[in-house]
Ligand binder design. Structure first.
Ligand SMILES: [Zn+2]
Ligand SMILES: [Zn+2]
Length: 181
């Protein structure tokens, strides 16, 4: 998942990869902890372009994640197709490692620094994928979730628990007064 800057000087380059999740250290850790799973490879369809001093990488990143449904906790499979738009800028020798802080100019905000003649996309793409993981995944749009009383999966079987009282918390607040000193 590397871009050679020299190659971009001639023309933009397509970056079509398909790599197993094991090659992404942070994702691999999540998988080992059982927080998320992946079906098949993580694939990219990107184009890298040299624009002045910037290297722009645009396109898509796709994979199939298996993640617990936020209502019933059963594994839910979701197809992710993320838009990718990254811009890399060469770290200036004078700034690298001086520890000197200065304000970023408007153009520099959001730029990812790189050194040397190649850019390794792996960690940036990994970050994009982590941010793109569904926050409230559902196994189905109409997932009935778990019974809050007995924990039964209501997609499979109904239980006989009385319906929960949702306004309990609010009525408790009614008698609450804020006193100012
Ligand atoms: Zn569900
Ligand atoms: Zn129940």
């Amino acid at each position: 998942m590397e871009i050679r800057i020299d190659n971009l000087k001639i023309r933009p380059r397509k970056l079509v990869f398909a790599e197993p999740v094991e090659k992404f250290p942070v994702l691999r850790e999540l998988v080992e902890r059982g927080e998320v799973g992946f079906h098949g490879d993580i694939s990219t369809d990107l184009v890298a372009t040299l624009v002045g001093t910037l290297v722009e990488v645009e396109g898509s990143l796709a994979c199939t994640v298996v993640i617990p449904c936020s209502r019933c906790l059963q594994p839910a499979e979701q197809q992710l197709d993320l838009r990718i738009a990254l811009a890399f800028t060469r770290q200036k020798m004078s700034e690298a490692g001086t520890g000197e802080e200065r304000e970023l100019t408007e153009e520099e905000v959001g730029l990812i620094p790189f050194e040397g003649d190649t850019i390794d996309l792996r960690s940036s793409l990994e970050q994009e994928l982590l941010m793109g993981l569904p926050q409230h995944p559902l196994c189905a749009d109409d997932c009935a979730g778990l019974c809050p009383v007995c924990g039964a999966n209501l997609n499979r079987n109904r239980c006989d628990c009385p319906p929960p009282v949702f306004n309990g918390g609010l009525s408790a607040l009614k008698g609450f007064k804020v006193t100012k000193e």
